[in-house]
Design a protein around this ligand. Structure first.
Ligand code: FAD
Length: 429
């Protein structure tokens, strides 16, 4: 018998329940389809496309080591799977269970092909919908979700297939170039995509930083969080394996990820709906928005975060909180415009996580409690005490020592002018 394994955002061979199940057939067709509908939309940011291509090259290498290959196609996934099924006479289709509105439509289409379709867990630790509060379809508040999440049983880790046998005569197809998929240039300092790079990062982090996580995860300059988010976004690392290995504070962060995914599954409006009190309008100051995007607000902690984003396709969580709060609370600009900019650059950019967090910071969500307003200067002095984070990302300020780097506006006027750094666009204190 022949099965098709459709990879989506589960680009790994370890702990991949769909792949493990597909490989029980005599022959398996592992395939990834570059989906034209996704390539045409906001998903196709150069940073993520590059990470995706590297992840696919790595996956292909792993499948080749197992005797198989990765079949690559482009177009509509339902049409491409139908073609492959016809060519190979496959009877069954395996894929990761994903609950976004888009994935649900795709699954409906695939179910219409007459194959036996099975969707397996693996994208989150706990699948959306598995945990529900009494009298509701999903959790709206994090703390009770976290308690239920941490107490819930876990599925066993899936076995890595020992062999992947392709049907004969199948043309695997070349991986496309960046240029054929997306326009624009990726950031200069991106993490490498792929399961190997992800596992290396996880192992190093577990060895060197995990034990200190609770103490250092908010320290901007220390930069000692796991940086696993892009690997989790593309499924290069299994969230379940990460949750089993990491300490409690880290597990709690993974539970936030699952939390947003279960909100988004039950409430797809999460990414759009804005629950501001009626009659309150967002500020449409285009210059302020442009300054925020460029990291030129004149508030060093905000600019450092925004420049890290462009340089690395990544931003430390504390800096995401500070920059998002600054945009929505200090500048009073619509969080959806901030979300779009994040999504243009983040390697880990994900509808559920991005929107869930923006809603939380802006205090606009339907489901979560509004967060408090963060004063940027106070945050800077607390989480970048020595100023190293700012000096790392804002070279104009690299010569200012200690925490004075957080207040360039208080320098003598001639020194201030010589910096070539803008004055603050709003009162920073
Ligand atoms: P660690 O501290 O090592 O945490 C481990 C993992 O837990 C992360 O890799 C991530 O998968 C998960 N996690 C941690 N914090 C959160 C959180 N608040 N919400 C959801 N998952 C979390 N994360 C994304 O993955 N994609 C996004 O698009 C995204 N957008 C964000 C937008 C804003 C405005 C804010 C405030 C946060 C956003 N986050 C997003 C959450 C968080 O900032 C990143 O997951 C985290 O910084 C990734 O770094 P890390 O892997 O080193 O995290």
């Amino acid at each position: 018998s022949t099965s098709i394994m459709l990879f989506t955002r589960d680009l790994r061979v370890r702990d991949n329940p769909a792949l493990a199940a597909a490989c029980r057939a005599e022959r398996v067709v592992p395939v990834f389809v570059f989906d034209d509908a996704l390539l045409g939309g906001p998903f196709a940011a150069p940073n993520r496309v590059r990470f995706l291509l590297e992840s696919l090259a790595d996956l292909r290498e792993s499948l080749r080591e197992l005797g198989g290959d990765l079949v690559v196609r482009r177009g509509d996934p339902v049409t491409e799977v139908a073609r492959l099924a016809e060519r190979t006479r496959a009877a069954a289709l395996f894929l990761a269970d994903e609950r976004s509105a888009y994935a649900a439509r795709r699954l409906d289409g695939l179910r219409g092909l007459g194959l036996e379709v099975s969707a397996h867990p693996g994208i989150t630790v706990v699948p959306p919908g598995d945990l529900t509060p009494a009298g509701g379809d999903h959790y709206r508040v994090f703390t009770p979700y976290w308690r239920a999440w941490d107490a819930a049983g876990r599925r066993p880790v899936a076995k890595t297939p020992r062999k992947v046998a392709l049907p004969s005569g199948l043309r695997p197809g070349a991986l496309p170039d960046m240029a054929g998929l997306v326009s624009g240039t990726p950031s200069r300092d991106l993490a490498d995509g792929g399961e190997r790079a992800g596992r290396r990062r996880m192992e190093t982090w577990l060895r060197e930083s995990a034990a200190d996580y609770d103490r250092v995860h908010d320290d901007l300059a220390a930069d000692r969080t796991s940086r696993l988010s892009p690997y989790l976004k593309f499924g290069c690392v299994s969230p379940l394996e990460a949750a089993k290995a990491g300490p409690e504070g880290f597990r709690r962060q993974l539970a936030w990820r699952d939390f947003h995914h279960q909100v988004a599954a039950a409430f797809p409006e999460l990414a759009r709906a804005d629950y501001r009190p009626r009659g309150r309008r967002w500020n449409r100051d285009e210059d302020a928005l442009a300054a925020w995007r460029a990291g030129m607000t004149g508030i060093p902690i905000v600019d450092a975060g925004m420049r890290q984003l462009r340089a690395e396709g990544f931003m430390h969580n504390r800096a995401r909180l500070i920059t998002a709060s600054f945009l929505t609370r200090n500048l009073d600009i619509d969080w959806r415009r901030g979300l779009r900019h994040f999504n243009d650059w983040l390697l880990d950019g994900d509808v559920a996580d991005n929107a869930g967090n923006w809603q939380w910071v802006a205090g606009t969500g339907n489901n979560t409690r509004p967060a408090q307003v963060m004063k940027p200067l106070r945050q800077a002095l607390r989480f970048d005490r020595g100023g190293d984070y700012v000096r790392r990302y804002v070279p104009e300020l690299a010569e200012i020592e200690g925490s004075r780097v957080h207040r360039p506006w208080s320098l003598p006027a001639d020194r201030r002018r010589a910096l070539g750094y803008p004055p603050p666009i709003v009162d920073p204190e």
